[in-house]
Design a binder for this molecule. Sequence first.
Ligand SMILES: [Mg+2]
Length: 245
Amino acid sequence: MDGVLVWESQALPGAGELIEQWKSRGQRFLVLTNNSMFTPRDLSARLHQAGIQVPEDLIWTSALATARFLQTQRPGGRAYVIGESGLTTALHEAGYILTDIDPDYVVLGETRYYSFEAITKAIRLVLGGARLIATNPDATGPSAEGPVPSTGAIGALISKATGFEPYWVGKPNPMMFRLAMSKVGAHSETTGMIGDRMNTDVIAGIEAGVHTVLVRTGISDDAEIAKYPFRPNEILDSVRDLLDQ
Ligand SMILES: [Mg+2]
């Protein structure tokens, strides 16, 4: 989503047109984000503000992937959550009970309201045997004023305090793509991934066995691409290059 379709709430070149072209042809697709703060409905509204019309059921977040993962690992489990509605709603809908009493998991997600009290509780629950899961390993996220600490940074704090590393569900874990493909019944041999980051999107796409396309509208330029020991299948200036004329 970010760096491919939108950048700081503005549509990127060709984004709205490409989505419309796919819809008119019945091309199956999902819009993915590692951000676990928002529900698909919130994100659909955010895209709508930018002039891009994506129904909420075609949006896949690291929060949904985490909820799906936990549902398959331990159906009807209990979780203590540090996060916002994107994550709490996803876990509720996956049949989870959200509680700080004897949870199976401590689940970390993106929030702008990290509290010392909640982090302390999470640390004590993990030390007491709750398993540590995090929606995404990003250390920082973007804001208009500059970088803000993200799930990866809080995960590191809890990790340092407990000695337990979280299991990170979002990109670069290819499970994010595998769970997305399973949601729409897609197969890796006939699926493509369009992303803007080498160290999350492209590596996860390669490991999930899909065709990988990097666009230069996000954070990667040629110097960034050259740093990595792997390459995407295609490098494009923007998603506009994917439009049929
Ligand atoms: Mg991105």
